[in-house]
Write a protein that binds this ligand. Structure first.
Ligand SMILES: O=c1ccn([C@H]2C[C@H](O)[C@@H](CO)O2)c(=O)[nH]1
Length: 145
């Protein structure tokens, strides 16, 4: 049982979605990231005429939280919402960034406008991910083992 309000987190993701800057795809996505103090960090997708620099909602929320001083891997959950047929499916780049900045067992709630919600985890979204472990990087001491 989650010790936080999943419905509220999804509502925040929906609110974040309204801020999306999507002149090219017109596909708006919102994300809400819960930190260990209970604060929620919002993210939306922000597109670009060159397409490649587009930032997804998930990465916007994660990068914003880290830039605001939150320590990576201390987050408790993330909710993502888009206007998809089933629960939204994060892109490969966002899955890799989730692996980098969140604990493997952190819950991820994927929703859509119809109210479908799928609960998964960071590690389930990207099995076999390349990570700091592969670099033999000691994250705690910021040096190679
Ligand atoms: O999980 C997802 C999937 C897609 N997008 C964005 C990227 C782009 O702006 C638009 C269409 O791919 O949706 C997200 O923000 N998150």
């Amino acid at each position: 049982m989650a010790t936080f309000d999943v419905k509220k987190l999804l509502e925040h993701a929906l609110e974040a979605r309204r801020r999306a800057y999507t002149p090219y795809s017109h596909f708006q996505v919102g994300a809400a990231l819960l930190d260990d103090s209970g604060a929620i960090h919002l993210g939306c997708n922000i597109e670009n005429a060159a397409y490649g620099p587009t930032n997804c909602a998930e990465r916007t929320a994660l990068f914003r939280a880290v830039a605001d001083g939150l320590a990576p891997r201390t987050f408790r959950a993330i909710a993502v919402i888009g206007d998809t047929e089933g629960p939204i499916s994060p892109c490969g780049t966002c899955r890799q960034v989730l692996v980098e900045l969140c604990a493997p067992d952190m819950p991820v709630f994927l929703g859509n406008l119809k109210g479908d919600v799928q609960e998964t985890t960071v590690s389930a979204l990207l099995p076999g991910a390349f990570s700091s472990v592969d670099l033999q990087y000691d994250y705690q001491h910021k040096r190679k083992n």
